[in-house]
Ligand binder design. Structure first.
Ligand code: AMP
Length: 500
């Protein structure tokens, strides 16, 4: 639903710019670009840069991998150049451009790009995100920066500590705004925007222009120009999509089989394997390792250092299979992948588009392979096919006939997976974010009260970082002298729903 006062955006024309020079960018920026090896603007850059240079608000439908960061960062740097100065005084370096991103990884990448593009100028930039020590961030903020990249929560922490003042922000970028909404950042966004001058330029990037995004745009943007580089929810023609039916309990073995088969066929071993839950993510990575596949898990409970190490290992090729949840993988600047595997069919059809968008970039070809469990996942698959407006071919995985011998062998895995689901739901360690498009109604409805797991006290598991953290919190609460919990500890961790 679009609100009645929603601005009617104008769509940018297809500007045929072939070089960065033709935008009129400063020689210092052009030098940085040529050092980066950029010769030709990408389509989003060709369209966005002139619009941003003119000072207009903009809504861009573009995903990570399209070059959108330079699309907003270059013109922002250009517009700030007249204010650049080499003074040591923090007062001469107020925050003038604020770039908000939903995840730490994306914040770090955006900052990395900004720093490279601005390296020959006197403009200062820094990044602040959660999960790491605040002090070095505070120091950088206190010294003064013109361009600040941040995740919303940590930015508000710094605001509260008066380490940063946002009253001189002239340009605001909401990067991956759809994901920020999905992750529940709307109240934080609202608080941050209240601290900014009303007179400013606002740029919003989102993979899709959902009704919620349009609503957000209508409150924060003024007469935005809309730019779309690809049809929303379209999938790349170069990507060979395939789904394989696998009996519940055989999914791990099926993924091992798929990956080994690719290696035998001489195809690249590198792939991203997507999993819906954090605990399932760790478990699958361990299983792949046991099966001789170099794998590592990346999800929201990993520390920032662990994530960076994993990503480095993947980029340098010591890790072949990056097992990831959607939130962790979103925004990662990973070069074109030859293959994406969906271990779990995503609950949201849009996530499927994001996931497989990791492969087949820039005209390369890629494989997007999904496994699904008959009876569980058909509805999700049909939602995906509706969204992408095509049917995905069904392939056969030899030896994984749902009625064959493996069905019996798979009982252990199936039991483990089910217990994962119970644990995950009980301890809030399942999906990494609330799902707007949760189709759980189509899945078997799970009621905690049906399961004896929830009436037992919580038993901490060494394997689960989240559980340990939550248990720590409970312990801390008790040490602070609060009354001992009467309900089982699982309840404190969100495991037992309130009786209605
Ligand atoms: P982004 O979508 O902004 O995350 O960019 C994806 C990747 O493309 C990053 O590694 C950028 O460094 C790279 N990139 C961005 N613009 C260009 C360009 N015009 N030419 C070559 N590479 C680019």
């Amino acid at each position: 639903m679009t609100t009645t006062n929603a601005p009617e955006p104008t769509t940018a024309g297809q500007t045929a710019v072939q070089t960065f020079d033709s935008f009129g960018l400063d020689a210092r920026i052009l030098r940085a670009l040529s050092e980066q090896g950029y010769t030709t603007p990408t389509p989003i850059q060709a369209q966005a840069i002139p619009v941003v240079l003119m000072g207009k608000d903009m809504m861009g439908a573009a995903q990570t991998g399209t070059g959108k960061t330079a699309g907003f960062a270059l013109p922002i740097i250009q517009r700030l150049l007249p204010l650049a100065n080499a003074s040591a005084s923090p007062a001469r370096h107020p925050v003038r451009a604020l770039m908000l991103t939903p995840t730490r990884e994306l914040a770090d990448q955006v900052y990395d790009n900004v720093a490279r593009y601005a390296k020959h100028t006197d403009l200062r930039s820094t990044v602040v995100f959660g999960g790491v020590d605040m002090n070095p961030q505070t120091d950088a903020l206190r010294r003064g920066v013109e361009i600040l990249v941040a995740t919303p929560g940590r930015l508000l922490d710094h605001v509260q500590q008066k380490a940063v003042n946002l009253s001189q922000v002239q340009m605001l970028v909401l990067d991956e705004a759809d994901r920020m909404l999905d992750m529940g950042f709307l109240p934080d966004l609202q608080r941050i925007i209240n601290l900014l001058p009303a007179q400013r330029q606002t740029l919003l990037f989102s993979a899709t222009f959902s009704a919620e995004i349009k609503r957000l745009a209508s409150s924060y943007l003024k007469h935005p120009v809309t730019i779309e580089v690809a049809r929303s929810n379209s999938t790349n023609e170069n990507v060979r999509q395939m789904v394989y039916q696998v009996e519940d309990g055989h999914k791990q073995a099926a993924v091992v089989h798929l990956l080994k088969q690719r290696a035998e066929q001489g195809l690249s071993r590198q792939c991203i394997v997507f999993v819906n839950s954090k605990i399932g993510c760790s478990r699958l990575a361990r299983h792949l390792e046991r099966e001789g596949i170099n794998a590592a898990a990346i999800h929201g409970d990993k520390t920032q250092t662990e994530r960076m190490q994993t990503l480095d290992g993947f980029k340098t090729g010591t890790i072949d299979a990056l097992v990831a949840t959607d939130v962790a993988a979103r925004g990662l600047d990973i070069p074109d992948m030859p293959c994406v595997v969906n271990f779990d069919v995503p609950y949201s059809a849009e996530d499927y588009v994001h996931r497989i968008g990791r492969t087949g970039r820039a005209g390369a070809s890629g494989d997007a392979l999904s496994i699904y469990v008959p009876g569980n996942d058909e509805r999700l698959l049909s939602d995906i096919e509706k969204l992408i407006k095509r049917s995905i071919p069904r392939g056969k995985l030899e030896g994984f006939d749902p009625t064959g011998e493996r069905a019996r062998q798979g009982d252990t895995e199936r039991r483990r997976e089910r217990s994962d689901v119970r644990r995950a739901r009980g301890n809030g360690e399942g999906e990494e974010r609330p799902r707007r498009h949760d189709h759980s109604a189509n899945r078997q409805v799970f009621r905690a009260s049906d399961d004896p797991f929830f009436s037992r006290p919580y038993e901490p598991s060494a394997a689960s970082v989240a559980q340990a953290k939550a248990a720590d919190e409970v312990a801390a609460a008790l040490t602070r002298g609060r009354q001992a919990p009467k309900r089982p500890v699982a309840a404190l961790l969100g495991g037992v729903p309130r009786k209605s």
